[in-house]
Ligand binder design. Structure first.
Ligand code: NDP
Length: 229
């Protein structure tokens, strides 16, 4: 049976690119969602040269028009989308009560509204095809149990966790929606001193993105194990 197509947001670098490589090398048709589509094309071309089915797709998750146009592009393609990895994220500096309001709005646009708009746009097709796996790349900093992270970031990731629970409750059983914490990862966001390679969270994203029909939904995971909200 043909594998379902996979869309990863923010896939031009960092954790998103590692997740994209993981699905690509496992034989899934992959769409590398990228705001910086030129860089996305460089990565897609590199992987296509190895014989894989991977294409870059221009997608700025903070821009509703970009989401509409990317979704139309996805629907025109032959491969049917079965997996959505909401990975794109930003971490602006500053304390919640003093940081510029524009940075708070941008955090919500990228970390919350982008994933929500994509879920709303793409899950009707998944439901019609009776298969969907959504993975929201969240953070331990969005966990109340861990005390929430700094600034707007922790609030947006807590909102992403909340929307994961709500979406899972509203979706049919064959369309699963889970959240994950990558851990502290060596990327532009995590910095060079971080403890993990991007390949580590890519394993958990792949696991959640390929869950069997009786797998969990509405949960929060790190290293394939449940963690507290
Ligand atoms: P990076 O900063 O390295 O990469 C972020 C990615 O998101 C880039 O591809 C970036 O694209 C993309 N992005 C940002 N804004 C938008 C937008 N408006 N539209 C589309 N893409 C966008 O971060 P990581 O790879 O480390 O982070 C990936 C995810 O993991 C994030 O959600 C982050 O919150 C989460 N996370 C990371 C941790 C870590 O230690 N690294 C820890 C916990 C969670 P561009 O190149 O155009 O900027």
């Amino acid at each position: 049976m043909k594998k379902p197509a996979v869309l990863i947001t923010g896939a031009n670098r960092g954790i998103g690119l590692a997740i994209a490589e993981k699905f690509t090398r496992a034989g899934f048709p992959v769409l590398l969602g990228a705001r910086d589509v030129a860089l996305g094309r460089v990565e897609a071309t590199r992987l296509r040269a190895e014989g894989f089915d991977v294409h870059a797709l221009e997608l700025d998750v903070a821009d509703p028009a970009s989401i509409v146009s990317a979704v139309a592009d996805i629907e025109r393609r032959e491969s049917k989308l079965g997996v959505l990895i909401n990975n794109a994220g930003i971490l602006p500096d500053g304390a919640l009560l003093t940081m510029p309001e524009a940075d708070i709005a941008a955090s919500f646009a990228v970390n919350v509204m982008g994933p929500l708009r994509l879920i709303r746009a793409l899950t009707p097709g998944m439901a019609a095809r009776a298969y969907g796996r959504i993975v929201n790349v969240s953070s331990g900093w969005g966990s109340f149990a861990q005390g929430l992270g700094p600034g707007a970031y922790g609030v947006t990731k807590a909102a992403l966790n909340a929307l994961t629970v709500r979406a899972a409750a509203e979706l049919p059983k064959n369309v699963k929606c889970n959240a994950m914490c990558p851990g502290w990862v060596r990327t532009r966001m995590g910095g060079a001193g971080a403890t993990l390679s991007p390949d580590v969270p890519a394993e958990t994203a792949f696991w959640l993105g390929t869950l069997p029909d009786d797998g969990p939904t509405g949960g929060f995971y790190r290293d394939r194990k449940p963690v507290a909200w």
